[in-house]
Design a protein. Structure first.
Length: 99
């Protein structure tokens, strides 16, 4: 297992309950690059499939907010709540799902 994702299908978006990379996929000596990004892209893909225009929401660990903004195109909404909107979701899906 490279990472773990838990999602909930809400009324008009996907909520990511949990996003974790395996310990060997974290830090400068990680085994695989982009595990978390791939899992977030999957959540975005499910959002598009459900007719939610790619919208996902999640609560970020404080020290990762800037990382999610810079690397995933997430929008820092309030407190630790983050949102990925349609355009950023499209980019993630295109990056990680070639077909």
């Amino acid at each position: 297992m490279q990472g773990l994702l838990s999602i909930t299908i809400e009324k008009d978006y996907i909520y990511m309950n949990l996003l974790e990379s395996a310990p060997f996929n974290i830090g400068k000596d990680k085994l695989y690059e982009g595990v978390a990004g791939n899992l977030v892209a999957y959540a975005c893909k499910v959002s598009f499939q459900k007719g939610f225009d790619g919208f996902i929401a999640f609560t970020a660990k404080t020290n990762l907010i800037k990382h999610y903004e810079e690397h995933l195109g997430a929008y820092h909404f309030k407190n630790q709540r983050m949102i990925i909107e349609t355009e950023a979701a499209k980019k993630l899906v295109k990056k990680y799902f070639k077909s």
